[in-house]
Design a protein around this ligand. Structure first.
Ligand code: PRP
Ligand code: MN
Ligand code: MG
Length: 181
């Protein structure tokens, strides 16, 4: 495999900044969900890093479930067509669901997912995302917990991929255009 650093333009959010912000969000979630039947729903595959780090900042016990959806494939643009690759294992009935995402870009994935969850009997549904691109959103997503708002560049790392690569990068970085153009 090729060297990661050679494919990056610049770092946008460092590992330290991500951890500090996730700790703050976890403190909020500890307060907001105290005594409630919370269920963390991670959106595979991008959310694996956020889930691992965020969940370890929590002091309330929070079960996890996972849903695998994909809309990007090997492209830098969302296809808008969301495919379920793995459904939840647990019913949402009565649960206070917190959907955990790596990024809201166009918003199409979460828009579809939240609509899909709406009829499944959850007590509440909120969204936590590490990153959000306000200028790229095509649909309004009301995310209660947002790590960082970032510009609309194509970013990788911390779970975010380009053609399945770069997910293991610890920072969030802008992918150099020569990689995909
Ligand atoms: C990425 C990312 C989000 C979604 C955000 O997932 O992890 O889930 O796109 O983009 P949107 O707001 O424009 O819909 P992707 O479909 O690439 O699947 P992956 O998580 O397996 O990489
Ligand atoms: Mn994803
Ligand atoms: Mg992806």
């Amino acid at each position: 495999a090729a060297d990661i650093q050679a494919d990056l333009d610049r770092v946008l959010v460092t590992e330290e900044e991500l951890q500090a912000r996730l700790a703050e969000l976890a403190a909020e979630v500890n307060r907001d969900y105290a005594g409630k039947d919370i269920l963390l729903v991670g959106v595979l595959k991008g959310a694996i890093m956020v889930m691992a780090d965020f969940a370890r900042h929590l002091t309330i016990d929070a079960p996890m479930d996972w849903m695998a959806v994909s809309s990007y494939g090997a492209s830098t643009k969302s296809s808008g067509v969301v495919q379920i690759r793995k459904d939840l294992d647990t019913p949402l009935d009565g649960k206070h669901v917190l959907v955990v995402e790596d990024i809201i870009d166009s918003g199409l994935t979460l828009h579809w997912l939240l609509e899909h969850f709406a009829t499944r009997g959850a007590a509440s549904i909120e969204v936590l995302t590490a990153l959000r691109k306000p200028d790229a959103m095509k649909v309004e997503i009301d995310a209660k917990y947002v790590g960082f708002d970032i510009p609309s560049d194509f970013v990788v790392g911390y779970g975010l991929d380009y053609a399945e690569g770069y997910r293991g990068l610890r920072d969030v970085a802008v992918l150099a255009p020569h990689v995909y153009s």
